[in-house]
Design a protein around this ligand. Structure first.
Ligand code: SF4
Ligand code: SF4
Length: 122
């Protein structure tokens, strides 16, 4: 679905989000909304609806919380997947320049298995 239709993609690290809604108001594609779920700090957090992100990066520059938002400008070109224990399903992964050996989930920004799993190798 979103992996095919959208050029961009956005991952919200819910534990860094304070639910200020600035990114939701700023997004020109209107693909962010406030989740009904709480994070462990008691905030409702921003959530990506799953498709339609253009990769413009406006939400990233609007957010006052470092590390809360990661934007992938060419989601369509990202192909590597791993099993994410937090999501319970296989997700596309990425690494930060500051920690290139650590793979993170593009959905929840949590660490994923370093080695490719069985699903990825099929
Ligand atoms: S990158 Fe742009 S289109 Fe995508 S969620 Fe952020 S503001 Fe919206
Ligand atoms: S701008 Fe940042 S802190 Fe505010 S709701 Fe969006 S992700 Fe959360």
């Amino acid at each position: 679905m979103s992996e095919v239709k959208s050029r961009g993609h956005v991952a919200i690290n819910v534990e860094e989000c304070k639910g200020c809604e600035l990114c939701i108001a700023a997004c020109p594609m209107k693909v962010l909304s406030l989740s009904e779920k709480f994070n462990t700090h008691g905030y409702h957090t921003s959530s990506y609806i799953g498709e339609g992100c253009s990769g413009c990066g406006i939400c990233f520059y609007t957010c006052p919380e470092p590390g809360a938002i990661t934007v992938f400008k060419r989601w369509d070109l990202m192909t590597e997947k791993r099993f994410c224990p937090s999501c319970g399903v296989e997700r596309k992964v990425f690494s930060r320049d500051s920690a290139p050996d650590i793979s993170l989930c593009t959905e929840c920004s949590q660490p994923v298995n370093k080695e490719k799993n069985q699903l990825s190798e099929k």
